[in-house]
Design a protein around this ligand. Structure first.
Ligand code: BES
Ligand code: ZN
Length: 411
């Protein structure tokens, strides 16, 4: 056995071995201890097939988030460790729990986030070079700038104000115009019971596997000021987040003018009420979870047009996001956008990707700058396109990344 493997195996089973030794010294009869493991469905199934550790069916429960809770015996750990490593390339791909209650609790809550961060949800191969490059040449920064101007000319897009409803109506009508004549496309309001501003959802139904869904989204609302009812404050929100919605709009336009027909379903979303606590996206993600929707990738575009970091154009947020999908994003940038990129952390649930992440879905958030070099004028009347020299050259990078993400994940 190679040293690397031996170390990995020790890493995998080390804690159990140490615990097992402690148990031996306490009570030698108790060596083949039983405990509860939380593990991916795929791995649980493979373990059953390979070793026949099926036990009593009542000792195995599957959750819609992809996690299986199953009883495991200490004597089986060695083989499971090998299987996880060889077949799934996962390091410590399961977690041991003393009691069933503990395992269930983990599978429901922490499990959701672990799953959203660590699981592999899709085939991340890049092999659509020709069609992606053709689409990229069609993207236009002036188009993005023009949409930013329209959206930021509302007094605000606050979730409680009339103008916050009017702006979402404009997004819906803009997207409807873009999908005109397509029988596989629809644009709908997603209405929320707790506040007047709706979210907007454009659905392009997949031609082969429509149940697999790719989501590209950003928030449609804006805010300014810090206290009370801000319905009459001036909140242009050009960067936060007219830029994200304008970027999404340009991605839709290019896919439609090129008659792109997705195999999987692709949804574009303009979430309501993000600025007051991610409310719109939370309801949408909760519904997706409740309905057991198969969402294979989520891209969040929130603030794409302010170049705050001199040496970087795209910053991938590493928290509340999926590690594998982020790596895929990095490769897509290298392959198609060809700009310097880096990673940073928000440090808190800073935008709608966190809503998806919290429900167990794979999300990424490519952002305009490092956190400490971000646009300082957001949430003020000064968040205008002038801060970006009146153009959308920076946002164009994100439109390229969005097209590449949608097409490569779809194929
Ligand atoms: N666009 C911001 C999020 C953001 C700001 C991301 C700076 C990265 C850097 C978003 O619209 C926002 O303002 N979020 C709130 C939190 C939310 C839960 C209300 C925030 O950051 O305060
Ligand atoms: Zn904001």
């Amino acid at each position: 056995m190679k040293l690397g493997r031996l170390l990995l195996l020790l890493f995998l089973i080390g804690p159990f071995v140490l615990e097992a030794e402690a148990t031996i010294s306490k009570n030698i009869k108790n060596l083949d201890r039983e405990f509860w493991a939380t593990i991916g469905h795929d791995a649980a199934l493979q373990i059953g097939k390979t070793f026949g550790f099926l036990h009593d069916p009542s000792e195995k429960q599957e959750f819609s988030n992809g996690i299986t809770v199953m009883k495991v015996r200490e004597s089986e750990l060695h083989q499971i460790g090998h299987l996880m490593h060889d077949k799934f390339h996962r390091c410590g791909g399961f977690i041991g729990h003393e009691t069933l209650a503990e395992a269930l609790e983990w599978a429901n809550n922490e499990g959701e986030r672990f799953h959203a961060k660590s699981m592999n949800f899709a085939d991340y191969s890049i092999n659509q070079g020709e069609s992606v490059r053709a689409l990229l040449t069609e993207l236009s920064a002036p188009n993005i700038a023009s949409t930013i101007q329209k959206l930021s000319s509302f007094k605000n897009r606050y979730y409680k104000s009339q103008t916050g409803q009017d702006s979402q109506k404009l997004v819906k009508e803009t997207w409807e115009t873009l999908v005109q004549g397509r029988t596989d496309a629809k644009v709908e309001f997603f209405r929320h019971s707790g506040w007047p501003q709706p979210s907007v959802v454009l659905t392009l139904t997949g031609s082969e596997t429509p149940e697999e869904i790719i989501v590209l989204g950003g928030h449609g609302d804006s805010i300014s000021g810090y206290f009370g009812d801000r319905s009459s404050n001036h909140a242009p929100g050009a960067d936060d987040n007219a830029s994200g919605i304008a970027t999404l709009t340009e991605i839709v336009r290019v896919l439609m003018t090129s008659s792109y027909r997705p195999k999987h379903t692709i949804k574009f979303m303009a979430y309501a009420a993000e600025e007051v606590g991610l409310w719109g996206s939370k309801e949408i993600a909760q519904q997706a979870k409740r309905e057991n929707q198969n969402i294979i990738g989520v891209m969040q575009l929130d603030m794409t047009n302010y170049k705050g970091s001199a040496d970087l154009d795209i910053v991938l947020m590493s928290d509340y996001t999926n590690t594998e999908q982020n790596a895929f994003m990095g490769r897509l940038i290298d392959e198609y956008v060809k700009v310097p990129w880096g990673q940073d952390r928000c440090g808190y649930a800073c935008s709608d990707h966190a809503s998806w992440h919290g429900q167990g879905f794979p999300a990424s958030m490519p952002f305009e700058a490092r956190m400490n070099e971000m646009n300082r004028r957001i949430h003020t009347p000064q968040d205008t396109i002038e801060l970006s020299r009146g153009n959308a050259q920076h946002a164009l990078h994100f439109a390229k990344l969005g097209v590449a993400f949608a097409v490569e994940l779809d194929n």
